[in-house]
Design a protein around this ligand. Structure first.
Ligand code: ADE
Length: 224
């Protein structure tokens, strides 16, 4: 899979993509992440990419020309399955969307900034608009990093244990059950007996029960 990210702050991605699972996925050649600095596509001598909004009002807007130049350049090089815009007024990201996107070949992600992008960018180029929650971030970069992380870990071969992505919270619309590791007792608090019983059928049934109980308590909306 190839992911192209268009941003005014490419440095913000250095941390999240240079460690752990995301780094390993790139090292193994399972995913290629390409960062594009929007300022490189500005024809302005100061490399400006934003301007005041028509009609007045506080906050700058990302201009269409540099964005169009960058998107068109990338589109001339390969076909994209999705061109995604990260925005608080997009559809809230769900596991099902990440699952579906993990099967795609080429995706482009545009990060908004300031007041957002000129509406014509959204109308002309964007195929999907995604929010990571009902709150406003300073820009789309952290949201894009969340989206990309949620997708990459689902690509076959990325996680060491192939089954572990399937047992994540939300995969079956349930939260994940509690987990324990050594020691079997800590300051009088014991691991549930069932988990050390060796009875794998009973353990599986216990985990299913716990997932349901936890979901009912914490996220009853998932059961609707
Ligand atoms: N940009 C700013 N806030 C955002 C959010 N909640 N989701 C996606 N992109 C954003």
């Amino acid at each position: 899979m190839r992911i192209d990210i268009i941003t005014v702050l490419p440095k913000l991605f250095e941390g999240p993509f240079s460690d752990s699972i995301l780094k390993r996925a790139q090292d193994k050649g399972l995913v290629e992440i390409h960062l594009h600095n929007l300022r490189d596509y500005s024809t302005d001598k100061h490399r400006n990419v934003d301007d005041y909004q028509y009609g007045g009002g506080a906050g700058m807007v990302l201009r269409i020309e540099p964005i169009a130049a960058c998107i068109n350049q990338l589109k001339s090089e390969r076909e994209y399955d999705e061109i995604i815009y990260m925005t608080p007024d997009g559809k809230v990201l769900e596991q099902t969307t990440s699952n579906q996107m993990s099967t795609l070949k080429n995706i482009m992600v545009l990060c908004g900034h300031y007041k957002g992008v000129d509406e014509r960018v959204r109308n002309l180029y964007i195929t999907r608009e995604i929010s990571i929650g009902s709150y406003v971030l300073s820009g789309g970069e952290l949201a894009a990093a969340v989206l990309v992380d949620s997708i990459i870990r689902l690509i076959p071969g990325v996680l060491g244990d192939e089954t572990s992505a399937l047992t994540d919270s939300f995969q079956d619309r349930l939260l994940a059950p509690p987990v324990y590791t050594r020691p079997v007792e800590f300051q009088g608090h014991k691991v549930p007996d069932i988990l050390i019983s060796g009875d794998f059928k009973a353990i599986e049934a216990w985990r299913d029960d716990q997932a349901l109980i936890r979901t009912r308590e914490r996220r009853p909306d998932l059961l609707d």
